[in-house]
Design a protein around this ligand. Structure first.
Ligand code: PLP
Length: 471
């Protein structure tokens, strides 16, 4: 048994830490160069559970980190093209280590002196990038799901006449969002007590984006059913296909009906940094609130999300007991007490990732990753279009590409069965990691190119592996 003095020995960060860093260095090099045999050594959940149950008491604790490395999915491997989590820049491991060791809780200023000030600086920097005025304010929170919940709470506070935060309500409220939106929007609505009917889903076009022509009809129908709509959410982009809603048109609709306009830019608001792709976000500067995940397209360790508000006063009102918040009178004493504006009480120093990345790599760094990955999405679309045994679900706007193998069978049912088996075979094999999605009752293979080392030859190889699996 260790004494407390041993547990707290600073020497843990001496030689053992140097050795671990060496191990991580080797791990990363091997992942980059595909020397790690598989992206994921798949095992059934029950098997994995058994392993860790036994390892806890009988395993060699000096092998713990090696086992974790071996048994985890290798996001830095160029054949990892599945979900939207970032292969972080290695520098992020350093900011994460500093944040973890300092453990400044940030609920009050004294408990996060440096990080609290950094949050304000970064929120202001981000606002400038978006095109917000100096009236904008923002916070950083633990993920896009929590970010959207926070923004929709703000929306209700601002756009509804009742004081629901203090007094509750029995009225039915609702928000509008594309049928292809991320499930976090629906979840936020349910948490806010508005039920399933509180999410008014707008049909999508053949491009899988919100159908602007359906907005008025959906709105009128909801209002006729007694659902008071107070907000509308634009996806930038949606999760399944990665296509961007027409934010400008949504903004115009929101303005016409005095709705709060929230942009779910968890994945793709980072396109704002790219001269080539920022047109996808046209109109975003009209949003009342925006979320952007640092841990998706911005190369940072999970979990960190910026929640930006066009009007600072709204940002301060979310959790305030006061019915109306006067920014001019109170902000000077309040901006540095972050827990008043965030869901979290204790929060980690996530802002260190943002601040350090901006300082080290700047806007150009964020632009470069968006350009590289979104370009590669287009490359993949071209490859599929020129392969007669494959079919695109839709032209991609981003680095998310949905497609299916159509080289065996004719009907959608046959294609569905075949592509389901392909996805399963790829998972078992472990050479590539891709995911899947269902669109209009069709089962599609889905990739998100998150890795700068994933090139055209990998994508060709994937299609060949799929052909082999189909046989
Ligand atoms: C990932 C994602 C979310 C959820 O964000 P988390 O950080 O995983 O909580 C919400 N919306 C979209 C469009 C996403 O891609």
């Amino acid at each position: 048994m260790n004494t407390l003095e041993e547990m707290y020995s600073a020497d843990v960060l001496g030689k053992p830490a140097q050795e671990l860093m060496q191990q991580l260095h080797t791990y990363l090099q091997q992942a980059y160069k595909e020397q790690t045999p598989k992206v994921l050594a798949w095992e059934e959940p029950k098997q994995e559970y058994q392993f860790w149950k036994q390892f806890l008491t009988q395993g060699d604790s000096s092998k713990l980190f090696q086992e974790v490395l071996d048994r985890s999915i290798h996001i830095h491997h160029p054949k990892y093209i599945g979900h939207q989590v970032a292969p972080i820049v290695p520098f992020g491991a350093l900011t994460a280590a500093v944040s973890a060791l300092l453990n400044n809780g940030m609920a009050v200023y004294e408990m996060g002196k440096a990080s609290t000030a950094m949050e304000r600086v970064v929120a202001e920097w981000m606002a400038t990038q978006i095109g917000y005025s100096s009236k904008s304010r923002g916070i950083f929170t633990s993920g896009g799901t929590l970010g959207t919940l926070t923004a929709l709470l703000t929306a209700r506070r601002q756009a509804v006449s009742e004081d629901i935060w203090n007094q509750g309500t029995s009225k039915q409220y609702g928000i509008m969002v594309s049928a292809q939106a991320h499930y976090s929007v629906d979840r936020a609505v349910r948490i806010m007590g508005m039920g399933e009917q509180g999410t008014v889903k707008i049909p999508v076009t053949e491009h899988f984006v919100l159908d602007i022509d359906q907005l008025q009809k959906s709105y009128d129908r909801a209002m006729a059913e007694g659902i008071e709509i107070f907000a509308i959410v634009g996806s930038a982009p949606s999760t399944a296909t990665g296509n961007y809603d027409n934010l400008e048109a949504v903004a115009a609709f929101a303005q016409k009906h005095q709705l709060w306009f929230h942009v779910d830019g968890a994945h793709g608001a980072a396109a704002i940094f790219s001269d080539r792709y920022k047109t996808l976000l046209k109109g975003i500067e009209q949003a009342d609130s925006i979320i952007i995940d640092g841990h998706k397209m911005m190369m940072m360790p999970a979990l960190t999300t910026a929640v930006l508000y066009k009007e600072g006063v709204a940002n301060y009102s979310t959790f305030s007991q006061e019915a109306s918040y006067l920014l001019e009178q109170s902000e000077e004493e309040d901006w540095y007490n972050l827990a008043k504006r965030t869901f979290e009480c204790t929060k980690n120093m996530m802002i260190l990732h943002w601040y350090a990345m901006i300082q080290q790599y700047g806007k150009q760094g964020f632009a470069a990753i968006v350009d590289r990955l979104y370009d590669m999405g287009k490359t993949m679309a071209k490859i599929i279009e020129t392969s007669s045994d494959f079919e695109l679900a839709v032209q991609p706007d981003s680095n998310i590409v949905c497609f299916r193998f159509v080289g065996a069978g004719r009907s959608d049912e046959e294609h569905n069965a075949c592509n389901r088996k392909i996805r399963r075979a790829l998972l078992d094999d472990g050479s590539f990691y891709i995911v899947a999605t269902t669109l209009n009752d069709c089962f599609y293979l889905r990739i998100t190119i998150m890795n700068i080392f994933t090139d055209q030859s990998h994508l060709q190889q994937l299609l060949n592996d799929i052909r082999k699996a189909a046989k």
